[in-house]
Design a protein around this ligand. Structure first.
Ligand SMILES: O=c1ccn([C@@H]2O[C@H](COP(=O)(O)O)[C@@H](O)[C@H]2O)c(=O)[nH]1
Length: 271
């Protein structure tokens, strides 16, 4: 099944737009988990078991594993997801971007080594750096368009000679020129609802990954009003720290479930 079909099934059959980010910070784990062997995998497994029926996707951010030399625990987490919850798409957030021959290796890393359903990529270097990912027709390629960080507008909102801001140009060429295999999606931050509304106008029904709720302060109502597509879905609304570290006590998994449920209900209120 393709990334897009898996995602659509989760949006519809499970009635959820929520994506839980798997960004381990062991210093915020409860001591009982932090001291266990393979603590990152144990933490992720508890979060996944507590939230799997509420999510449309999981999004591990690769730096959180690489910084700790814990790629083996990322792999364990992905293997666990595939064996226990095979219908939930896995979005590997690695924001890769490099010349074509290196991009081919990054695509192999995401899709063959880790078996991700989709990967985030940086469009700054142009189409020949995206194409090695997009040629995996059954996988998703999620292109950074208007990110959620405070300085995002420094470059992404700059106006081109055509008069349109750069992020709109990225949305336009991604939808019009780069999406021959119908496997592209975009990233637009929850902290930029006006830009999200413009992107939705430009790209039609294309999926949009929206990070920046919770810890970064994005507003769920504004995101839903700006970002839903004609089918009243089309959004992958991510929260990582706000869910994972809702409690740092032994009730962390139950607290994560509560936060996920709350975000799902909030999002569904505006659908
Ligand atoms: O524009 C972007 C693109 C990616 N991210 C990633 O999403 C999560 C957000 O984490 P929170 O704890 O919910 O703030 C994180 O993995 C980022 O690397 C983003 O925030 N903004």
């Amino acid at each position: 099944m393709t990334f897009y079909q898996k995602l659509k099934d989760r949006w519809q059959a499970h009635n959820t737009l929520v994506c839980v980010g798997l960004d381990p910070l062991p210093e915020q784990f409860p001591a009982t988990v932090a001291d266990a062997p393979n603590a990152i995998f144990a933490f992720n497994r508890a979060i996944i078991d507590a939230t799997h029926d509420l999510v449309c996707a999981y999004k591990p951010q690769i730096a959180h594993y690489a910084a700790l030399a814990a790629e083996d625990q990322l792999q364990q987490t992905l293997d666990y997801l595939r064996s226990q919850y095979p219908d939930i798409p896995i979005l590997l957030d690695s924001k890769r971007g490099d010349i074509g021959s290196t991009a081919e290796q990054y695509a192999r890393e995401a899709f063959e080594r880790y078996g991700a359903d989709a990967v985030t990529v940086n469009p700054y270097m142009g189409w020949d750096t995206i194409q090695p990912f997009a040629q995996y027709r059954d996988r998703g390629v999620i292109v950074l368009c208007r990110t959620s960080n405070p300085s995002a507008g420094e470059l992404q909102n700059l106006h081109l000679d055509s008069g349109e801001p750069l992020f709109e140009h990225v949305a336009r060429i991604a939808a019009r020129d780069w999406n021959a295999n119908r496997n592209l999606a975009l990233v637009v931050g929850a902290t930029a609802p006006a830009e999200l509304a413009r992107v939705r106008q430009i790209v039609g029904d294309m999926p949009i990954l929206v990070p920046g709720l919770g810890a970064q302060g994005g507003d769920a109502e504004a995101v839903l009003q700006a970002g839903l597509n004609a089918q009243r879905d089309g959004l992958i609304i991510n929260s990582s720290r706000g869910i994972l570290y809702a409690s740092q006590g032994n009730d962390f998994a139950a607290a994560a479930r509560h936060e996920t449920e709350t975000l799902r209900e909030l999002a569904n209120r505006y659908r």
